[in-house]
Design a protein around this ligand. Structure first.
Ligand code: GLG
Length: 820
């Protein structure tokens, strides 16, 4: 029930939109048109709160967070906004009166998928929590014309389809032409002397106009509406006669093209750096625009640029936005004529960096040639930062070449963005306790020794408003009936559910809800994939990006192994299981794509084998994305979190499963460690090597997968089926690369880089424990309820409060709506 929400006014607004936008009456409208009409009506409600929020921020002269991120994986907005303005029952009624179903209308919205995976979704959860907690914040990013590709499976292979999410317009965005900003690329730096000082002027550059689009981020029931600002690019002076006259026709065309290409598409790589020039352009484009705007906004209200950091903080979401450091320096030095030391003090008190991975292939290192050509003035500044920092290293560690080598910002012909981010800010954080410890003791050890005060941990979190309240309405209602509804803004209170874990009736209710959710997912799969799955089987789910370190391969090899057992012994006593996969592979990641093909090939054989009595089903869910994720989490019994220990910095899917009452089958990696700590190891299934063991093997060697191959018949049999045509009779060689990756040393890597064979026996053993445990429904229900009850720590509200307390130092704001 919303206080300010008037059902009749809302209904009129929907009808008005229908007429005004589509020249239609409601009975002629398509669901898509209805979606638009409703979305605009919801935006109408939000707009007043949005205005009031920003007015309050100005009046109170608040400190503002700029969360700088190449990715915001928002997912659908309509349903979430309706929940946030607390008008879900009323909107539902209005739609029913008009002959529409809210779910169907919500399904019309394209997923805004301006992100790859965990990193982008984390940014989206953070924005939700910031608004709900009442903290002044902007998300700053790029308005990609095409977001994360849509995935189709054809003949078992992934096919990428462009995601034309703006095709029908996006109702919630607002174009803010008045804040358009110029961003300059290339050219050269001219030095002139002015009043006895050197001034640096970029000349002969190309430029684009950055034009912001604002999206409202609606706090839950608190009138706060923050802003996600994503930048579009426009040509500065489209074919201006000026430059044509001056013979600059070529340049005018180039500027036009630059604007078009720069925001064209999101790079679909997760945890992988591809080093593309256009990517660096994207980075500087949105950072320069965001930083320029932040400085301008500050100067509208303040006199003294020296105190910029008292009102502004930049959080760098991974190294992608690191050019914010030299860009802020540039503005302070060149536009505000500050001295180096003054500018450096402000910059390093403004910027903070979050590290999301230790995977070496994700480390951004730009060749000097490229970097300096594209960003000549920025490169000069980075050189000077590096020169001064190297001096400092030498003062602290005289003659220590090792320290210079590991910490220099420019080294071996490359600009190392992580090093720049660490040196240029006041905070470095990892995203789960184990990950931060690995940063401190391994990957960033030298930095930690030199500047321990910068390092801190912020274990990730997720928003329960989307992943329980919106995604799993049946369970959400049940929880609220048991313990009241304050878990929506205070997730730790969900612990009060724990007492119901021992109550047989509650266990039954819980399992009934799980069953309903499995029916809902089965229906989705039938509609979208045309496959029948039995909701009475155990749903064992692995959904996340496809990456070798996440070990989807180990999961499917285990399915092959189980199938062999069933073929040997059709009477094998096992709980019927549906293995569900969902994963996008980066378009250029061949081995990942082959793994998708393997999963589908195995599914083909097993799903069509009647002799096994439906005991195993394998489903690859096409186009895993935020909107179907909500349905998938709600329906899961088992949550597969099986990365090679030390490789998954945190994981956040693991938390979403837990919140929805799935039991974790996982390694002691990332946030799994903390999940197990909260719920107790007796309520999870843990297996495999520890991160210490993995790191020891990596440093000292001594692992030979061939030994396992030779000594373990079951594993050997599975591996041979990769190359004898068992799953690819038309082309027995199809999976040779996967076979090789496990057994033959690859160019620079050890065979079985991710210890799949090494961990396999203990994984299979954990799977057997699950099979046994699931037979005891009372036990399972209890453990599942306890998982929900112990998920309190993993709300992004807690994560945000920790960032605020330790890094951002923001004040909470209350927004009062004026009476109308
Ligand atoms: C990273 C990591 C994940 C992490 C996420 C958010 O791989 O383990 O949970 O960021 O911090 N690239 C990612 O998705």
């Amino acid at each position: 029930m919303s206080m300010g929400f008037d059902k009749e006014i809302f209904k009129k607004s929907v009808l008005f939109n229908m007429k005004n936008v589509f020249r239609k009456t409601v009975d002629e409208a398509t669901p898509e048109q209805m979606y638009q009409a409703v979305a605009y009506a919801v935006k109408d409600v939000i707009i007043d709160e949005w205005i009031a929020t920003h007015k309050t921020y100005e009046e109170q002269d608040v400190k503002t967070l700029y969360y700088l991120s190449m990715e915001f994986l928002m997912g659908r907005t309509l349903g979430n906004n309706i929940i946030s303005i607390m008008a879900q029952p009323e909107v539902k009624e209005v739609l029913e009166e008009l002959g529409f179903d809210l779910n169907t209308i919500e399904d019309q919205e394209p997923d805004p998928a301006l992100g790859n995976g965990g990193l982008g979704r984390l940014a989206a959860c953070f924005l939700d929590s910031l608004a709900t907690l009442g903290y002044p914040a902007y998300g700053c990013g790029i308005r990609y014309r095409y977001g994360m590709f849509k995935q189709k499976i054809e003949g078992g292979y992934q096919v990428e389809i462009p995601d034309d999410w703006l095709k029908n317009g996006y109702p919630f965005e607002l174009r803010r032409a008045e804040y358009a900003t110029e961003v300059k690329f290339g050219g050269y730096v001219n030095t002139v002397r002015e009043n006895g000082r050197e001034r640096f002027i970029q000349e002969g550059y190309q430029s684009v106009l950055a034009v912001p689009y604002d999206m409202p981020i609606v706090g839950y029931g608190n009138n706060v509406v923050n802003t996600l600002r994503i930048w579009d690019a426009q040509a500065i002076n489209t074919f201006s006669l000026d430059s044509f006259d001056r013979g600059d026709y070529q340049k005018a065309v180039e500027q036009e093209n630059l604007a078009k290409t720069i925001v064209e598409v999101l790079y679909p790589n997760d945890n992988h750096y591809a080093g593309k020039e256009l990517r660096l352009k994207q980075q500087y484009f949105f950072i320069s625009a965001s930083v320029q705007r932040a400085v301008m906004k500050y100067m509208e209200k303040h006199e003294d640029i020296h105190k910029f950091f008292e009102k502004t903080v930049f959080q760098l979401n991974d190294t992608h936005p690191t050019v914010a450091v030299p860009e802020l320096m540039r503005i302070l030095l060149d536009d505000y004529s500050l001295s180096w030391d003054e500018a450096w003090e402000i910059t390093t008190k403004t910027c903070a960096y979050t590290n999301h991975t230790i995977m070496s292939e994700a480390l951004e290192k730009w060749p000097i040639e490229l970097f300096s050509r594209l960003l000549p003035r920025i490169y000069q500044i980075v050189e000077e930062i590096n020169r001064r920092f190297q001096q400092k290293i030498m003062e602290m560690y005289p003659g220590n070449q090792g320290k210079l080598r590991s910490m220099s910002i420019i080294y071996d012909g490359q600009v190392r963005m992580a090093n720049l981010a660490i040196v240029g800010g006041f905070s470095v954080n990892g995203v789960a306790r184990l990950h931060t410890e690995i940063l401190k003791n391994q990957e960033l050890k030298d930095f930690y020794q030199m500047m321990p005060e910068k390092f801190n941990n912020k274990t990730n979190g997720i928003t329960q408003r989307r992943f329980l309240l919106h995604g799993n309405p049946l369970l959400a209602e049940w929880v609220t009936r048991k313990i009241g509804d304050d878990w929506t803004t205070n997730l730790p209170h969900i612990h009060r559910l724990a007492i119901y874990a021992d109550d047989p009736r509650c266990r039954q209710e819980f399992m009934d809800i799980k069953y309903q959710n499995k029916v809902r997912l089965a229906k989705y799969i039938k509609e979208h994939n045309g496959i029948d799955v039995d909701p009475r089987s155990m749903f064992d789910v692995q959904v996340k990006r496809l990456h070798e370190y996440k070990r989807q391969l180990m999961n499917i090899l285990h399915v092959m192994y189980l199938y062999n057992q069933l073929k040997d012994n059709p009477n094998l006593d096992m709980v019927p299981r549906t293995f569900l996969f969902g994963a996008k592979a980066a378009a250029g990641y061949e081995r990942a794509k082959l793994t998708i093909k393997l999963i589908n090939a195995v599914a083909d054989v097993i799903n069509n084998d009647r002799s096994i009595g439906g005991k195993i089903k394998v489903v690859f869910i096409e186009d895993y994305k935020v909107s179907n994720a909500e349905i998938i989490f709600a329906a899961a019994d088992v949550s597969e979190q099986i990365s090679t220990a030390s490789k998954e910095a945190s994981g956040t899917g693991n938390m979403k499963f837990m919140l929805n009452g799935a039991l974790t089958l996982g390694t002691m990696d990332g946030a799994n460690v903390e999940i197990v700590e909260e719920v107790g190891s007796e309520n999870a299934f843990i297996f495999g090597m520890s991160s210490d063991e993995v790191i020891r093997y990596e440093n000292e060697g001594g692992y030979n997968p061939m030994e396992i191959f030779n000594n373990n018949y079951e594993i050997r049999r599975v591996l041979m089926q990769l190359i004898n045509g068992y799953y690819s009779p038309q082309n027995p060689e199809l999976f040779r690369d996967i076979y090789n990756s496990l057994l033959n040393t690859q160019s620079s890597d050890r065979a079985d880089t991710y210890f799949i064979l090494k961990d396999f026996p203990s994984y299979a053993e954990a799977q057997r424990r699950i099979d046994q445990a699931y037979r005891d429904e009372a036990w399972w229900a209890k453990a599942a309820i306890l998982n929900v009850a112990c998920s309190g720590k993993f709300t992004s509200d807690r994560t945000i409060e920790e960032y605020v307390k330790d890094i951002w130092h923001l004040e909470k704001v209350k927004v009062e709506l004026e009476e109308v």
